[in-house]
Design a protein around this ligand. Structure first.
Ligand code: DAT
Ligand code: MG
Length: 158
């Protein structure tokens, strides 16, 4: 089943937007399977952003993501990676469309409040990087029949 990692970055925690950001995903109907507030070690930050090492903004990005706690969330569901990326909006808050999380709450390039995995492969890798297996919860959600049509759903796991 497809999974994605969402982070409320240090600016979102410091600006007391955690509840409102989580609410956007709850309202959309995404199924939460992991959630925690945590400090980010330099090692975790560097592993998470390893593909960006060498970019001019990379040192500032590592400093920023380790500067205050983040809230990490894992979601699971058909198409969840693309749905979350759409909900976050374009990378820079200055460019993100109104109606998206970054577009509604961010006016910065780097202080863009959120992270979302950028592909199905990244989603699997990042959820495994940020969450231990025992921190992820498999649960039956009674409202799934009202969120997904039968044809939206992937075959149930055995
Ligand atoms: P995204 O977070 O939309 O996946 P990304 O993976 O390209 O974007 O970059 C990771 C973060 O780095 C991004 O959320 C904000 C920051 N960033 C990216 N490009 C930047 C730039 N040109 N200047 C400053 N910060 C940048
Ligand atoms: Mg990215």
């Amino acid at each position: 089943m497809e999974r994605t990692l969402v982070l409320v970055k240090p600016d979102g925690v410091q600006r007391a937007l955690v509840g409102r950001i989580i609410a956007r995903f709850e309202e959309k109907g995404l199924r939460l399977i992991g959630l925690k507030l945590m400090a980010v070690s330099r090692a975790l930050a560097e592993t998470h952003y390893k593909d960006l090492a060498g970019k001019p903004f990379y040192p500032g990005l590592i400093k920023f993501i380790t500067s205050a706690p983040v809230v990490a969330m894992a979601f699971e569901g058909p198409g969840v990676v693309a749905v979350v990326r759409k909900m976050l909006g374009a990378t820079f808050g200055t460019a993100a469309e109104p109606g998206t999380i970054r577009g509604d709450f961010s006016t910065s390039r780097g202080l863009n409040l959120t992270h979302g995995s950028d592909s199905v492969e990244s989603g699997a890798r990042e959820v495994a990087l940020w969450f231990k297996t025992e921190e992820l919860v498999a649960w039956e959600r009674t409202l799934d029949g009202w969120v997904y049509n039968t044809e939206d759903r992937e075959p149930p796991k055995k």
